[in-house]
Design a protein around this ligand. Structure first.
Ligand SMILES: C[S@@+](CC[C@H](N)C(=O)[O-])C[C@H]1O[C@@H](n2cnc3c(N)ncnc32)[C@H](O)[C@@H]1O
Length: 254
């Protein structure tokens, strides 16, 4: 017979599952608005309460240095960026790809969410530099996230093409390697071949004022996405913190 305590235990252990994603078109950022306002985290998926679980809530309440979260891993994430990363990886029904791991801050969040979701999906992460991969690898190992994670060293666009050749597909891609127009464009051109229909692409530094500075040639994320992410395949789904979220259409349009 089910007692009140067993029922409560059952409710507590129930994990939220995938729901139809909700877009936030009102958070679209124009060129003139770049970096002037960061939109707060809003959920893309439905779950009871403001957060998926205590790990998710942590990224809303964790220590910060200036505007960036400070959890003892070098990196450059706003709280809203971290909350969106965790949410997307948690609810992803397929494998997760990260371009640009640096010291593993975002990789740690993605891996934690995958682990917490209790599903079998895999994480593939990339960096141009072997040192970044070594540092991130050690971090994942320390937290026992290495069993479902693997690394690809090289230029992000080359790695994407390699993955296409291997017929790998991803339902969630975090793009945070080089922020130049050229490097982001090269990735935008191949995303249609690796993101599954309904899958999500999160671009970091999409809403960054540096993108609007004509003298800053290191930043052109917003322009690269606007001009080169195929409109017939992807829809804008929202901006949270400095990120831009795009969803692959289920059926391409003309
Ligand atoms: C902004 S950092 C990534 C930060 C990390 N995602 C985080 O949130 O903690 C960018 C990383 O991308 C790497 N990178 C730069 N250009 C690249 C390229 N073309 N392909 C792959 N990685 C690249 C750099 O070595 C650096 O580690």
């Amino acid at each position: 017979m089910r007692t009140l305590f067993s029922w409560l235990g059952h409710k507590r252990s129930q994990k939220p599952t995938y729901t139809e994603p909700m877009p936030h078109p009102e958070s679209f950022v124009t060129f003139e608005q770049l970096g002037k306002h960061w939109h707060p985290f809003l959920p893309t998926f439905s779950y009871p309460g403001a957060y998926i679980n205590e790990h998710h809530r942590f990224f809303a309440e964790c220590p910060q240095k200036g505007a960036l979260i400070d959890i003892g891993i070098k990196g450059f994430l706003l709280s809203a960026d971290a909350l969106k990363l965790y949410e997307l990886a948690y609810f992803s029904r397929g494998d997760v790809l990260e371009l640009g791991c640096y010291h593993g801050l975002s990789t740690h969040i993605l891996a934690m969410a995958i682990c917490d979701s209790g599903t079998q999906k895999k994480l593939v992460t990339n960096d141009l530099f072997p040192e970044a991969i070594d540092i991130t690898g050690a971090l994942l190992q320390k937290h026992h996230y290495d069993s479902f994670s693997s690394f690809r060293c090289g230029y992000a666009a080359d790695v994407c093409r390699q993955l296409v050749g291997e017929k790998r597909h991803f339902e969630c891609v975090f793009i945070d390697h080089s922020h130049t127009y050229e490097a982001v464009t090269a990735v935008c051109k191949v995303l249609g071949d690796i993101v599954t229909p309904g899958g999500m692409c999160l671009f970091h530094d999409y809403n960054n004022e540096w993108n609007a500075d004509p003298n800053n040639h290191d930043y052109g994320v917003w322009q690269a996405v606007q001009e080169n992410l195929p409109r017939e395949l992807f829809n804008f789904y929202g901006s949270y913190g400095c990120t831009g979220l795009f969803r692959r259409k289920i059926v391409p349009t003309q």
